[in-house]
Ligand binder design. Structure first.
Ligand SMILES: Nc1ncnc2c1ncn2[C@@H]1O[C@H](COP(=O)(O)OP(=O)(O)OP(=O)(O)O)[C@@H](O)[C@H]1O
Ligand SMILES: CC(C)(CO)[C@@H](O)C(=O)[O-]
Ligand code: BAL
Length: 373
């Protein structure tokens, strides 16, 4: 199996080091731009003007980057845009909450939508990037409706759903796919649509969603898409929590305990850094740490605790994402995990229980790449 797989080096792309001077200025620029009327880029809702826009870039030999998002933008998204603008004169950001990647019982209906803030942040980012001398800028936001993205049949989240889909197996059924069976079918399908509509030279994805990056690279390779897939590092909060649009659901208690995932993965990484290559040696400290945090929560009163369940902590091959027993140092590996933060118990008056009042579970994912040595 391993011999059939490409080396890890082909998965990773060298990135220019980008100076991000003064992102601390961003909030004040956002505030100022929120009150101004028109953003410094086009907003397209339909394919035809988007195609005209893209064609103009082609005629002028300007490379076009696409940063696909579902909105509710945070610094993780902005870091991808900065990277895209440091490598391309034109950046198109798509904002579209894609229904087909949500399972029937998932959070499509409540997925955070923050359009005005998204546009203000992107406008401010253009100003910041200009001040900092980056070659590129956001020239368009593509925010289609579902009628545009799914023109013939209503989008289905069913298994096996009716419609035109891109499926990437067996990658799509592992790890995240085991818990979210339609997720990668939806992601691959909507990305194929976006790639066809925008025809980007380069696309930018975040390492936070590591399996998504592997699926997209596989799709680009298998379908001979003339696109360079670039991966930006995971942007984290100061304490190490990976930024995610869904973090707004956590609230204070679950936010604190949600750190268990990044801590567990770090504990596993330390074993690799010390020179351990065996699965058991690498994963036991991560599992032990998660068990200890879970026990601690069990033992404190319900009105204070934040219970969680570990979905998986995985040590996998970087190309196939199949579980491995031992790391081949020449290939490296992907350490990844997912936990479910359970609903807040006995929320207290005035307590910050997160958007939605803490009533639903929140899924958190994270990963660390163990790079080949
Ligand atoms: N912390 C992060 N650092 C770097 N990239 C990120 C980060 N969070 C998200 N991204 C990337 O931004 C792109 C758009 O992601 P998306 O809009 O789903 O945001 P998200 O924060 O991942 O939301 P969700 O809570 O749904 O996982 C994806 O390529 C994703 O990997
Ligand atoms: C790539 C993506 C925009 C497709 O909807 C989504 O999965 C995301 O935001 O990571
Ligand atoms: N960032 C991946 C999108 C999702 O979880 O649906």
């Amino acid at each position: 199996m391993a011999s059939k797989l490409r080396g890890f080096a082909s998965q990773t792309h060298l990135r220019k080091t980008i100076a991000f001077p003064r992102p601390s200025d961003l909030p004040s620029i956002v505030k100022r731009l929120s009150s101004t009327s028109s953003p410094p880029f086009e907003i397209f809702r339909e394919p035809s003007p988007l195609r005209t826009h893209r064609h103009a870039a082609l005629l002028s030999s300007r490379s076009v980057a696409l940063v696909p998002t579902m909105g509710a933008l945070h610094d993780g998204h902005l870091s991808l845009v900065r990277q895209a603008a440091s490598e391309n004169p034109e950046v198109i950001v798509s904002i579209y909450v894609n229904p087909t990647q949500f399972g029937v019982n998932e959070d499509l209906a409540t997925y955070p939508k923050t359009w005005e803030s998204d546009i203000a942040q992107l406008s401010a980012l253009n100003e910041e990037m200009k001040q900092n001398g980056l070659q590129g800028k956001i020239t368009a936001v593509f925010a289609p409706t579902t009628g545009i993205m799914y023109p013939t049949l209503p989008p289905s989240s069913e298994i096996p759903g009716v419609g035109s889909f891109v499926t990437i197996t067996p990658l799509a059924s592992l790890l995240e796919g085991a818990s979210r069976p339609v997720f990668f079918r939806g992601v691959a399908t909507v990305c194929m649509k976006l790639f066809n509509l925008v025809q980007p030279d380069r696309v930018y994805f975040g390492q936070k969603d590591v399996q998504q990056t592997v699926v997209i690279k596989r799709m680009v390779e298998d379908f001979h898409l003339p696109i360079d897939v670039r991966i930006g590092p995971t942007t984290r909060e100061k304490d190490g929590l990976a930024m995610s649009s869904r973090n707004v659901y956590l609230g204070a208690r679950r936010r604190k305990v949600g750190l268990v995932l990044s801590r567990a993965l770090k504990a596993a990484e330390e074993q690799w850094v010390k020179g351990n290559f065996k699965r058991g040696d690498i994963l036991w400290p991560a599992n032990a740490l998660a068990d200890e945090w879970a026990r601690e929560q069990d033992e404190i009163p319900a009105k204070e605790r934040a219970r969680f369940e570990v979905d998986y902590i995985s040590l996998a091959d970087p190309n196939s994402l199949e579980e491995i027993e031992e790391i081949d140092p020449a290939r490296g590996a992907v350490l990844s995990g997912a936990i479910k933060m359970m609903p807040v118990e006995e929320g207290q008056p005035g307590e910050d229980c997160g958007l939605g009042g803490g009533t639903g579970p929140v899924r958190l994912i994270d990963n660390i790449i163990l790079r080949p040595r």
